[in-house]
Every structure is written in C-alpha cells, then in structure tokens.
Design a binder for this molecule. Structure first.
Ligand SMILES: NC(=O)c1ccc[n+]([C@@H]2O[C@H](COP(=O)([O-])OP(=O)(O)OC[C@H]3O[C@@H](n4cnc5c(N)ncnc54)[C@H](O)[C@@H]3O)[C@@H](O)[C@H]2O)c1
Length: 151
C-alpha cells in the first residue's frame, strides 16, 4: 500500500522548537532546514553566503514555515556567538543546533598548504562548538525539563 508522503513527519513534530542549521544556504543544510520548518520548528538558516541563506529563509516562509536568515562563518567565534544569540531569540530558547557547515576541497597531497589544512580544521572540526557554541551555552534559557539536541 502506498504510504502518504507526509506520514513520516506525523511522528516528527518540532512544533514550538527553535533550530539553528549551519551551512543551510544550499545542499544538505538547506534540506534539513526545509524539513525542520515543515515539522514546525522556527529555523535560523545560517550560512557564510548571506544571499543563499536569505533565499532559503524566504522559501520556507513562502511555504508557510517560520525562518530567519543569518550570515555567519562557523570558524569565527564572534559570528558563532551572535548566531547562537539569534537562534535563542527565535522562541526565547535554543533547542537544536545542526552543525552541518563544512568544506571538502580536493587537493593533491603535495599541494595542500598548512593554511588550507588549518582552514579545513577550523570549519569542519572546530566550527561552532569550541568556537563559542559551548561557551555561549546554546541551550541557555531553555526549560530544564526539555532536552536540547546538538547534531
Ligand atoms: N555531500 C556529500 O556527499 C557529503 C558527504 C559527507 C559529508 N558531507 C558533509 O555534509 C555537510 C553538507 O554537505 P553539502 O554537500 O550540502 O555541502 P555544500 O558545499 O553543498 O554546502 C555547504 C554549505 O556550507 C556553507 N559553509 C561553508 N563554509 C562555511 C562556514 N565557514 N561558515 C558557515 N557556512 C559555511 C556553504 O556556504 C554552503 O552553503 C558538509 O559538512 C559536508 O562535509 C557531505
């Protein structure tokens, strides 16, 4: 029997939750942002590319969801701190952070510079969390009885 396309979301409600999705201006992050908004979350569409982030937030709003865009570089502590504040301001508390932003440049091993290696680690490994996510308590202000999620 054919399954209703919306059936999986009936058990996946994020109504009343706030969520930051990094790297949400395109690709996997965009898909996560759309899905979370469809499930009822208020989403902060965060990306280095402000224009793409705005486009996705607009796309969500046009579909009846709740979203704001935010330009942030996840390897910059000040950006992360501001992003987390903006995420918490959506509903008064921050419930979910999806740490999706990442880069995967393809280098011949002999061409990989120390700076390129540092950049990859700053974004893919140290992005969001040590750069301010935990310092700034992403779940600050949340109700004690509700679990937060960091993906
Ligand atoms: N696509 C794949 O097959 C695949 C496989 C394994 C892992 N991943 C990981 O999944 C994540 C998303 O993949 P994708 O294919 O959608 O990537 P993508 O390159 O299509 O999109 C990445 C997004 O992250 C943003 N971004 C890059 N650096 C940023 C930074 N410093 N701060 C904020 N935003 C930044 C980009 O602007 C872009 O919008 C990445 O972390 C990637 O490493 C992807």
């Amino acid at each position: 029997m054919a399954r209703e396309p919306e059936a999986p979301l009936s058990i996946f409600s994020l109504a009343g939750r706030s969520a930051i999705v990094t790297g949400a201006g395109r690709g996997i992050g965009r898909a996560i942002a759309l899905l979370f908004a469809h499930a009822g979350a208020h989403v902060l569409v965060a990306d280095l590319d402000a224009s793409n982030a705005q486009s996705v937030a607009t796309e969500i709003a046009k579909a009846g969801g709740a979203a704001e865009s935010f330009a942030a570089n996840v390897s910059q502590e000040a950006d992360v701190a501001a992003m987390i504040q903006a995420g918490a301001a959506l509903t008064g508390q921050l419930d979910i952070i999806v740490n999706n932003a990442g880069i995967f440049p393809k280098y011949d091993f002999t061409e990989l510079t120390v700076q390129a290696w540092e950049d990859i680690q700053a974004i893919n490994l140290r992005g969001v969390l040590p750069r301010g996510g935990l310092h700034h308590r992403p779940v600050a202000g949340r109700r004690r009885s509700v679990r937060g999620e960091l993906v």
